[in-house]
Design a protein around this ligand. Structure first.
Ligand code: NAP
Length: 277
């Protein structure tokens, strides 16, 4: 019997890597992203590996369209695994000053609310048939707050919390939930981040690692181990040392197209002239 896997944000980066990793005969892949052209290119590459592929060019902020699409897929091909991966990054940086409010709210809309909408569309259906697996793409930034990525870190921390709650609630009903927390993964998103990127992994390696963890139905997949070890030791550090270490992770995020527009529309009152407090 075919295995059905949903991956949001499959048009690039880690999502593309995951789609290709799972693309094989006997698999139905349901892939989303906003960029139709890049999404179709990934779909074609997956078909050439033997998978049956359905695509939906969707914005995860359009909750109604997203839920309708996911439930229509589920009605035709009951979903075995859904990975809520779509996400954006934004933040402050030495050259850009503070994160615009509109951008901060967008990051929460896409990364937190979009992922919650994705898994919510399928959770009760999986629960009713007592099978299925939901995964949310958080980040190590959700475990150790990145000083220059405030809304990104907050959204990813929220996903860790949401995923843990869902996991405990759904496990007795035969549904597994996994929270994925990658470190630095080479992708279009990471290219916009100017910062040290210790232990960065290629997206393909990350996808293979994530698949292994999902196959074992692990509760959390956090990697690489070197950064995870540091995160585990961090709470032992006194506050001044904690802040000094985290300041070493300062980052500058080059705004995406929406971010550039949002910077232009930021109300003046949010940025008083220098010298005013
Ligand atoms: N790269 C890293 O170092 C890293 C580390 C930890 C966690 N993560 C997380 O991993 C996930 C994938 O990141 P990535 O590095 O692969 O980034 P990426 O290369 O920028 O890919 C992001 C994907 O999300 C989709 N997406 C973005 N906004 C969307 C929206 N509003 N609606 C629907 N789809 C949307 C993009 O599709 P379109 O471009 O077609 O819209 C793209 O397919 C994200 O959740 C990210 O936070 C990344």
């Amino acid at each position: 019997m075919a295995r059905t896997i949903v991956i949001t944000g499959a048009s690039g980066g880690i999502g593309r890597g995951l789609a290709l990793e799972y693309a094989e005969a006997g698999t139905v892949l349901a892939l989303t992203g906003r960029d139709e052209e890049r999404l179709q290119a990934v779909a074609e590459a997956c078909r050439s590996r033997g998978a049956v592929v359905q695509t939906g060019a969707l914005d995860v902020r359009d909750t109604e369209a997203l839920v309708d699409w996911l439930q229509a897929i589920d009605a035709r091909h009951p979903v075995d695994l859904a990975i809520a991966n779509a996400g954006v990054v934004s933040g402050a940086g030495p050259a850009h000053g503070s994160e615009p409010l509109a951008t901060a709210l967008r990051v929460i809309d896409v990364n937190l609310k979009g992922a919650i909408a994705t898994v919510s569309a399928l959770a009760d259906r999986m629960r009713a048939r007592r099978s299925g697996h939901l995964a949310v793409m958080s980040s190590l930034a959700g475990l150790a707050t990145q000083p220059d990525l405030p809304s990104y870190s907050a959204g990813k921390a929220g996903l860790i919390s949401y995923g843990a709650a869902l996991r405990i609630r759904l496990r007795p009903h035969g549904v597994a939930v996994t929270v994925i927390c990658p470190g630095y993964i080479e992708s279009p998103m990471l290219q916009r981040q100017r910062s040290p990127k210790p232990f960065a992994w290629p997206a393909e390696k990350a996808a293979r690692h994530i698949r292994r963890g999902l196959d074992r139905r692990r509760r959390m997949i956090a990697f690489p181990w070197q950064l995870m070890l540091g995160i585990r030791l961090l709470p032992l550090a006194p506050p001044f040392l904690h802040d000094w270490i985290m300041a070493g992770f300062a980052a500058e995020i080059v705004p995406d197209a929406e971010g550039i527009r949002e910077r232009g529309t930021e109300p003046e009152s949010l940025h008083p002239p220098s010298g005013m407090s």
